[in-house]
Design a protein around this ligand. Structure first.
Ligand SMILES: Nc1nc2c(c(=O)[nH]1)N[C@H]1C(S)=C(S)[C@@H](COP(=O)(O)OP(=O)(O)OC[C@H]3O[C@@H](n4cnc5c(=O)[nH]c(N)nc54)[C@H](O)[C@@H]3O)O[C@H]1N2
Ligand SMILES: Nc1nc2c(c(=O)[nH]1)N[C@H]1C(S)=C(S)[C@@H](COP(=O)(O)OP(=O)(O)OC[C@H]3O[C@@H](n4cnc5c(=O)[nH]c(N)nc54)[C@H](O)[C@@H]3O)O[C@H]1N2
Ligand SMILES: [Mo]
Length: 550
C-alpha cells in the first residue's frame, strides 16, 4: 500500500509517541528491548492499547486491553476507521494529498458499525469508540506496532492492510514518532529480505519483473536470471511432493519442526532427490539431509545484520568456529568455485560492497562507516547520507500515492466444532527460541521452562476435569501430542496456547493447519481447531513442575 515492508519508523521513536497501538505482538516476551521503549512511552504519559486474545504481560502496562476473539482483527479496525470518519477524526489534508481510494474505503467501512464489529470481535462498542477517539486525537503522534499474531492468519495480509488503512487516515507515514511498524522476527530476517532472499525481488527490493532490473543483475553477475519471480516455500513444499522440485538447499531453518503440519513438511523434504542442510547444529531437518554443511554461528562469523528498524550493523567473530564449521559466506563462495562460477568476492566485506553497487538503498553504507558510526538505517543512497530514521518522508516509498484497501472479515480457515471444540493458537515464550535447537542446549533455559505446556483457561480446564500440571492429549485433524496443562487466566475461554520449542516430547506443529494467506502464502500458525483430553491411567503430576507463564 505504501511500497515497503519494513518498520516505517525507528525503535527509539516509540518512546516519544503519544499513542501506542500494539496488535498481535507479545512484545515483552518476543521483543523485550523494543518493549522497554514502549514502557518508557507509557511512563512519559502515552496511552497504550493492546489488541490480543491472550492476557499477555504487556497488558499490565496498557491503558486498555482489547481482548478480541482469535482471528477477528479486521472488524475491529474497520469499525475504528468508521468512527474516525463519522466524527471527522482523520487527517483530511494528508488523505487528500498523499493517498488514493479514500471515498471507496469510507463507503466500505460504513457497514462496520461498532455494534456490528462488537458482535464479531467481542469488544464492546464503547471501547471501540473510545479507542478510535483517542487514536484520532493523538495522531499523527501515534504509532501502530504489529507482529505475527496479525500476519500468521489466512487473512494475514488483509489484517495488515486494515492496520495500514488506519495509519494512512491518521497520517502516520512519513512523520516522526509515528508510523506503522512490523516488528521483525529473527535477528537478520530484515537483512535476508533486503538482500533478496524472497521470491519476488533481487537485492534492495528491485522487482525481478521490472524493466531493466534483471538486465542490470545479469550484467553484474555474468549469468542468465529467470524472467519470472520464484515460488514461495509453501508452493515449493507442494512441488517437492509432486516431484517438480527435486533439489533442496535449506540454510538456517529447522523446517520439519517449524513448518505447519509437520508430517506434510517431512514427507515433502523426504520426497526431494537431493537435500542439503546448512546449519550450526545437527537438527531434525539436517538428519534427513543427503549432505550436511556445518556452519559457523554469528559469534564466529564476519558480516552484517539488518535489524527490525532497517539498521545495518556489523557482526564480528568473537571466537573461532569449532571443528569443520565455516562461516556461511565462506561455504557459499566455495560452492560457487566448485560449481565453476568463481566469484570476485573473497570476504564478507567484498560481498557487501557488491550489494552496495547493485542496491541503491544500501549504496552509502560502507564497512568503514559502520565501524565509525555503529549502524546505519537504509535507505542510505550515498556516503554523505546519514541514513533514514523513518520512511515515506515527502512521498510514499512506492513513489505513488498510498492506496486504501477495503478489506472484510474472513474467519480462520478451521473453526472449532463439536469434534474439535477449542481453538489452538501458537507462538513464543521469553525463555525459548523457536524449535529449541539453540535454547534447548543451555541448562539455564531448562530451569526456566523445562518442557512444553498448554495454557488453558480455568473454566475450560474444569469442564474437562483437567488439573494444573497434569498431562493431557491435544488432537487436531492432522495429529496429536501430549503435553502438560497449565491452567491460567492468560488464555481466554475457548482458546489454548502452546509454543513449539520441545519437538522431542511435544511436536506442536504436528497439529497446525495447512491454511495460508493467499497473497503472501504465510501459514496460519495462529489458529486451528483441537480437542484436549485427560490421559487416563497414568501417574499424574509426578514430575508436574509446570512453570507459570510468567
Ligand atoms: N524469546 C523469543 N523471542 C522471539 C522469538 C522466539 O522464538 N523466542 N522469535 C522471534 C520471531 S522469528 C518472531 S516472528 C517474533 C514474533 O513475535 P510475536 O508475534 O510477538 O510472538 P507470538 O507469540 O508468535 O505471537 C504474538 C501474539 O499474537 C497473539 N495473537 C494470536 N492470534 C491473534 C489474533 O487473531 N489477533 C491478534 N491481535 N493477536 C493474536 C498471541 O496471543 C500472541 O500474544 O518473535 C521474535 N522473538
Ligand atoms: N506453530 C508455530 N510454528 C511456527 C511459528 C509459530 O508462531 N507457531 N512461527 C513461525 C516463524 S515466525 C518463524 S520465523 C519460524 C522459525 O523457524 P526456524 O527458523 O526453523 O526456527 P529456528 O529454531 O530458529 O531454526 C533456525 C536454525 O538456524 C540455525 N542457525 C542459527 N544460526 C545460524 C547461522 O549463523 N548459520 C546457519 N546456517 N544456521 C544457523 C539454528 O541452529 C536453527 O536450526 O517458525 C515458524 N513456525
Ligand atoms: Mo518469525
Amino acid at each position: 500500500m505504501v511500497g515497503k515492508g519494513a518498520m516505517s519508523n525507528s525503535i527509539e521513536e516509540l518512546a516519544n509517541t503519544d499513542f501506542l497501538f500494539v496488535a498481535g505482538s507479545n512484545t515483552t516476551e518476543a521483543h523485550p528491548v523494543i518493549a522497554l521503549r514502549m514502557k518508557r512511552a507509557v511512563r512519559n504519559g502515552a496511552t497504550l492499547v493492546v489488541v490480543d486474545p491472550r492476557k499477555i504481560e504487556l497488558t499490565r502496562w496498557a491503558n486498555r486491553h482489547l481482548q478480541i476473539r482469535l482471528g477477528t482483527d479486521i472488524p475491529l479496525y474497520n469499525a475504528m476507521a468508521r468512527v474516525m470518519i463519522e466524527e471527522e477524526l482523520y487527517d483530511r489534508d494528508y488523505v487528500e494529498n498523499r493517498t488514493e481510494g479514500f471515498q471507496q474505503f469510507a463507503r466500505h467501512v460504513e457497514m462496520y458499525t461498532p455494534e456490528y464489529a462488537s458482535d464479531i470481535c467481542g469488544i464492546s462498542p464503547e471501547d471501540i469508540v473510545r479507542t478510535a477517539r483517542e487514536f484520532g486525537a493523538a495522531a499523527p503522534k501515534a504509532s501502530i506496532c504489529y507482529t505475527v499474531g496479525v500476519t500468521e492468519h489466512s487473512c494475514g495480509s488483509h489484517n495488515v492492510q486494515a492496520l495500514a488503512n488506519l495509519g494512512m487516515m491518521a497520517g502516520l507515514f512519513g512523520r516522526p514518532n509515528a508510523g506503522v511498524n512490523p516488528l521483525r522476527g529473527q535477528n537478520n530476517v530484515q537483512g535476508a529480505s533486503d538482500a533478496g532472499a524472497i521470491p519476488t525481488d533481487l537485492p534492495g527490493y528491485q522487482k525481478i519483473e521490472s524493466p531493466g532490473v534483471r538486465e542490470k543483475f545479469e550484467r553484474a553477475w555474468g549469468a542468465k536470471l529467470p524472467k519470472r519471480r520464484g515460488i514461495t516455500k509453501i508452493t515449493a513444499m507442494d512441488q517437492m511432493l509432486r516431484g517438480k522440485v527435486r533439489a533442496v538447499y535449506v540454510m538456517g531453518e529447522n523446517t520439519v519442526v517449524s513448518d505447519p503440519h509437520a508430517n506434510h513438511a517431512k514427507k515433502a523434504l523426504e520426497a526431494a532427490d537431493f537435500l542439503v542442510v546448512q546449519d550450526i547444529f545437527m537438527t531434525d531437518t539436517a538428519r534427513l539431509a543427503d549432505v550436511v554443511l556445518p556452519a559457523a554461528s554469528f559469534a564466529e562469523s564476519e558480516g552484517t545484520f539488518a535489524n527490525s528498524e532497517r539498521r545495518v550493523q556489523r557482526v564480528r567473530p568473537a571466537v573461532p568456529p569449532p571443528g569443520e564449521a565455516q562461516p556461511d559466506v565462506d561455504i557459499l563462495l566455495q560452492l560457487f568455485r566448485r560449481m565453476g562460477k568463481p566469484q570476485n568476492s573473497r570476504t564478507a566485506e567484498d560481498a557487501w560492497d557488491e550489494m552496495r553497487r547493485l542496491s541503491p538503498i544500501h549504496a552509502g553504507i560502507t564497512y568503514k562507516r559502520l565501524d565509525q558510526e555503529g549502524g546505519l538505517q537504509w535507505p542510505c543512497p550515498n556516503e554523505e547520507h546519514p541514513g533514514s530514521m523513518y520512511l515515506h518522508g515527502d512521498d510514499m516509498e512506492s513513489g505513488m500515492p498510498g492506496f486504501f484497501a477495503p478489506v472484510d472479515h474472513i474467519p480462520p480457515a478451521e473453526q472449532p466444532d463439536e469434534q474439535y471444540p477449542l481453538a489452538l493458537t501458537t507462538g513464543r515464550r521469553r525463555s525459548t527460541y523457536h524449535t529449541g535447537t539453540q535454547t534447548g542446549r543451555a541448562a539455564g533455559f531448562d530451569l526456566l521452562v523445562p518442557h512444553e505446556f498448554l495454557e488453558i483457561n480455568p473454566a475450560d480446564a474444569s469442564e474437562l476435569s483437567i488439573r494444573n500440571g497434569e498431562k493431557v492429549r491435544v488432537t487436531s485433524r492432522r495429529g496429536e501430542v501430549e503435553v502438560h496443562a497449565n491452567v491460567t487466566e492468560k488464555s481466554p475461554r475457548g482458546t489454548v496456547f502452546m509454543s513449539f520449542a520441545f519437538p522431542d516430547s511435544t511436536l506442536t506443529n504436528a497439529l497446525t493447519s495447512d491454511a495460508y494467506d493467499f497473497i503472501t502464502e504465510t501459514p496460519e500458525f495462529k489458529a486451528c481447531a483441537v480437542r484436549v483430553e485427560r490421559i487416563p491411567n497414568i501417574q499424574h503430576a509426578a514430575n508436574g513442575k509446570t512453570p507459570s507463564a510468567d
